[in-house]
Design a protein around this ligand. Structure first.
Ligand code: BDR
Ligand code: CA
Length: 374
């Protein structure tokens, strides 16, 4: 992919010269969600990203909270100009399932953000995705960080979507590891398996017809659970941002002691500390470590730089039978189905490099915003 498909943005190099960075046009489809919000901050902080729009749907929390959180996080990052559109408010066929135990009652943990001022787009999220893809054929990378309901609606309405997009990157599935929602299912696929089946089938058919269309890149729990954000990363973020004190993450708090919100001087650091503290408390209770898997930011980083992951091309299907494996992503590791591969499944990720980049980039954004946002 040459620079013709990208915007070129000026970026300051470490020695103070201005260089140009090829920017990947991105649409993020989100269910914000603590780790979704950290992905949005990463996209805003990345000189190699052109954030075209953010589309929302119900998932971690209800759609009304998702769109509000998304607009509020973009405003925190100084990107109130980015269009935010709302899509489907419930799965295609299933009842709506939410995860306030994982993400907090409104989806951003212990954090509280001001009511966003920028209006919600008038466009329906699936329509926005199709319209932007038609407007810029072959340019836009779509990164889905929630259930696949919006994308299923978009590809049913615009079957050429796999060709019109540059690529579809998803955080979804668990391929060789246990699920995080049922023993075999990952949350995003679990919420709307019918939508996942529609999307995979549409891409498989398109790739079979036209070998120039890239297979979707899937980051499942196999790799996203290697990306563990720890309290030290928040300290490093605060230092990079020039925020004082370092942070107020409080793993040693006595049960029942009053909750302390972050008093960091930098508003982005404050937000990250308060949101992540909830996520870390959840992981301490369920996953045995005081830290957090940052699924969605890793998927976003890999969309911008696929060299962060090693992949294997596999035939993948989703069970939607209603039985014990309902919502499971099944990958044919041994080629027993004799079907052509339809997904590039990430099997290994450079989590340390990703976490270094996240701290460096979001810390840099926070430093630049320290005098602006309060
Ligand atoms: C996925 O589910 C959600 O809780 C997270 O935001 C992430 O997209 C991980 O299974
Ligand atoms: Ca998500």
């Amino acid at each position: 992919m040459g620079p013709a498909a990208h915007g070129l943005a000026p970026a300051a190099s470490s020695i103070g010269l201005v260089s140009t960075v090829a920017r990947t046009p991105l649409i993020l489809d989100v269910d914000t969600g603590i780790d979704d919000s950290l992905a949005i901050l990463y996209a805003c902080a990345s000189p190699d990203a052109e954030l075209v729009a953010v589309t929302c749907l119900s998932g971690n929390v209800a759609a009304a909270d998702v769109q509000r959180n998304t607009r509020a996080v973009l405003e925190l990052a100084g990107r109130a100009d980015v269009e935010v559109a709302l899509g489907r408010e419930q799965p295609l066929l299933r009842p709506l399932d939410l995860a306030p135990d994982t993400h907090g009652p409104h989806g951003i943990g212990h954090a509280v953000l001001p009511e966003p001022a920028a209006p919600l787009s008038q466009r329906f999220a699936p329509a926005l995705v199709a319209e932007e893809a038609r407007r810029r054929p072959g340019e836009i990378t779509l990164v889905t960080l929630g259930p696949l309901t919006n994308l299923a609606i978009a590809v049913l309405a615009e079957p050429a979507l796999p060709k019109l997009l540059r690529r579809w990157v998803l955080m979804g599935g668990s391929y060789r590891v246990p699920g995080n929602t049922t023993p075999t299912t990952e949350w995003n696929i679990h919420c709307d398996p019918e939508a996942a089946r529609i999307c995979l089938a549409a891409w498989a058919a398109a790739v079979e017809q036209d070998a120039t269309i890239p297979r979707p890149l899937a980051l499942g729990l196999d790799v996203t659970e290697t990306a563990r954000m720890l309290p030290d990363h928040v300290v490093a973020l605060a230092r990079r941002a020039g925020s004082t004190p370092d942070d107020t993450l409080d793993p040693g708090r006595e049960p029942g002691a009053p909750e302390r919100r972050s008093v960091a001087s930098n508003p982005i650091v404050r937000y990250v500390a308060d949101a992540l503290r909830f996520y870390m408390e959840f992981h301490a209770a369920y996953d045995g470590f005081y830290g957090a898997f940052v699924h969605d930011p890793l998927a976003t980083a890999a969309a911008l730089d696929p060299s962060l992951v090693r992949t294997r091309a596999l035939a993948v299907d989703v069970d939607a039978s209603g039985g014990v494996a309902d919502g499971q992503t099944i990958a044919d590791w041994r080629g027993l189905w004799h079907r052509p591969p339809n997904v590039d499944v990430a099997v290994e990720a450079d989590a340390a490099e990703f976490l270094r980049r996240w701290v460096e980039r979001v810390g840099g954004l926070a430093a630049a915003r320290s005098d602006v946002a309060r």
